[in-house]
Each structure stands twice: as C-alpha cells, then as structure tokens.
Design a protein around this ligand. Sequence first.
Ligand code: SF4
Length: 468
Amino acid sequence: MYESCGVVGVIYSDKRSVSAPLSIYYALYALQHRGQESTGITVHDGSQVHILKGMGLVTDVHKNYKLKDLKGFVGIGHVRYSTTGESIIENCQPLTVNFQDGTISIAHNGNLVNSLDLRAEFEAEGQIFLTSSDTEVIARLLVKKLLDHDIISAIDDIIRRLVGSYSLTILINDTLIAVRDPLGVKPLCFGKFDGGYIVASESVAIDTVGGVLIRDVHPGEVIIFKDGEMTSHRICRPKNTAHCVFEYIYFARADAIMNGKLVYQIRSRIGELLVDEHPVDADIVSPIPDSGITFGIGYCKKSGVDYMEGLMKNRYIGRTFIMPDQDMREVAVRLKLNTIPQNLVDRSVLLIDDSIVRGTTSRRIVDMVRKAGARQVHMRIGSPPIISPCYLGIDMATRDELVAAHKTVAGVEALINADSLGYISIEGLVEAIGIPEDDLCLGCLTGVYPVEIPGEECKRRQLTLNHF
Ligand code: SF4
C-alpha cells in the first residue's frame, strides 16, 4: 500500500524573511513516508514566484545548493506518490498556473472521484490539459472562479463541485490557503512557529520546524493566512465526517497527532484488543518491522508474552514494488527483512503486522520464520480484512488482487501458511480509534464508501452537507 501525498504550507509574518524554502524542506523531510516518487516547493518573495521540483526523494531534489536559489517568506510543498496520473515530472506538484492576477500554486493530498467528468467539461470548452493529475482540475476550476469571485466564494463554489478527498495547501500570489474536504478524509493540521504559521498533513512536520500544533483544519474549513494573520471560514459543516482509518493503522507516523488522537496510542490499543479477540499460546511476539511494532507493544503489554524481534529490517532499501519480476521481488523481500534464528528456533512465534493486501509478502515472511526454526507461526493483523479498493487517495490494489476479497479468513490463513490468523474486528478498530463509526471512512473494509463511486455502495454522506 502506498500513501498518495503529503502537503505543507509555511508563511512568515515578516515579509523580508527568505526562510520559507528551508522550513518547507524540513517539513517535507518529516513527511517523506507519505510519498517518495517526486517532490516540489513553490515560494513567493512578495513580487514573484519561485519553483523547485523533481523526481525522487526530498533530500535528492532539494539539495542544499539548489535550495539556496529559492527565496521567499511564504510557500507550499509536496511529496507525491501517484494515485491518479503517471509518475512523470509533469505531474510533480505543487502545480503552478498563471491567472489574470498572478499565479496559483496547489499541493493536493487525496483523490477526486469525479475528476474525469470535470476534465471533460473543460475539454469541451477547448481547453488542453498539461498533466494527467486531478489537481489540474482543481487549478482550472479556481482560475475560472477567480475571474468573478473573491477567494472564499471561489473555493466555496469549487467545494460544491468536487467529489472525493482533498487536503490542499494553495498559494495565490503571496497568500497561503489551507482547504480540507467536507468529509475530512485526509488529514490536515496547522500550527504556529517562531515567526509564522505552518500547515501540514501531519503534526510531525510542525514539530520539525520547532512549532506548536494548534489544531486540525476542520472538515469543510478554509483558512487564509495573510499579513501575519489567519482567518477561518467554515464553508460547510458535514453531518458526518469520513476520516480514513488507514491513516491510524498504517500511513501516519506513530508520533503524529491526528484529529486530536496520538496515532501511537491507537496502534498500541489495537494490539491490546487483538489479545482479547484472538488469544494464542505463543512464546514470543515478533512484530513485522516497522509497521507491526506498535501493535506488538500493545499485544505484549496486555498478554504478558515476551516481545522479541525475530525479524530485522534493512532500513536503507527502497520500495519493493519497482522490482519487475517475481524472482526479483523475492530477492527484495530477503534484502529488506532478515531473520534472527536464535530468537525463533523451536518457539511458537506470534507475528504481528498492520495489514494483508495480496498475501504474497505475508506468505514469504511466514516461510522465512519457519525456515529459521520456529515451531509454530501465528499471524495477527492490526486492520480488518481489506475487501474492496480505495478510491480516495491510497494505492492499494485492484479488487482482483485483494486476497480477502476472494478468500475467507481460513482461506487466507492457509494461503500464508500460518498456524492461525486473526484480524482486528471493525468494532475493535473503531473502539481503538475512539471516533464514532459514522465519522470514519471504512470503504476498503466494508465496501461502503462515503461518496458516490460508480458501481459501489455509498452512504451518500456527500449529499448531507449543510452549506451556509
Ligand atoms: S477506502 Fe480505506 S484507505 Fe481509502 S480512504 Fe477509505 S479507509 Fe482510507
């Protein structure tokens, strides 16, 4: 599974400051886990816009000598993993366009489900798109609305037209704007640091610049930062929100505070609940690093079973999905994870991980642990079975590829060659998160989505929004 993106916005009160690029760089560095394909920074110095974008990691693209050339007191940044649009430099964000009064730059986390329809409307008017990303649709809508609307009424109008998830940082000339979709699917928060304000996908980015988290951007809220002041506009107030549960299970860093909850505590609580839901007589709990670690800590705390690492991760290896064939992917798993046989031999081992998508990686890991001498291998999972794809910004897999879409728990258990398999229940997950089920997106776990998606079941929450 891959996260779609991370966004940042920084503004200094002192317009003579030239430090926005460096602060954005640090913040993007903290959000690197949200996207590793490409990254970009756009800043404004009060008279003109400056852009630095490229394919690769934050440290590669924004090398010190390149960053030195950027100067400005306000700007936005982005790290990207593509969910719509190809992985090419043209789709790299922030996306910057000219309009009658200057420039607009947009950084987007999320996915629009009606972008093709909106795109077709512009194409019917003879407009030619420069990218295949859905963010360009938002940019074009904004340019069009700003012809005869102020910023707030233009964004209000756009929010009524967009269906899907979008947490945005926008730079209109030297004004910074934060927008979160009315369902609050993807996270967005803001804070204050010495000298100005920062907006980011996760609070960890605010920590990195020595700032203090103020709060989450509310679903349906637009915040404008200008001339050292911030003004909040609640464009619409949804009856229910739809926060993505996979932010809590996997995507966000464990030290992030999201919708008022520390992600670490939620993962640890899921581990505790797994003891109640699927007890097992194991000698050790060995998390699958890194994503299984916090669940494992919770499991051990509740069960009293010893925590012992049976698997070690090589943290310097890149992503495995770029390996072109099966043999190479198997080598990649061995490069990424190694067993510690001395901790596993002749023991009943409980492995704990965040999720099972296709089942192939889990199978390889179970086989590795058996080969290292484990007597039994049990598997516990911090998410319920994933039975349906994500249309709202996460690159998971197609329905055909999702193992739990086609197999029972017993079938997956057999496929991954485990002695037992237990997933956290949806009730357990909701209890651990501590947000009512009606305010969470559980689309990939239930097949019922918070927005209308052709061919899928929908709770029609989008239709219950109260604009005012
Ligand atoms: S469908 Fe799943 S991964 Fe996608 S937003 Fe909803 S909960 Fe998150």
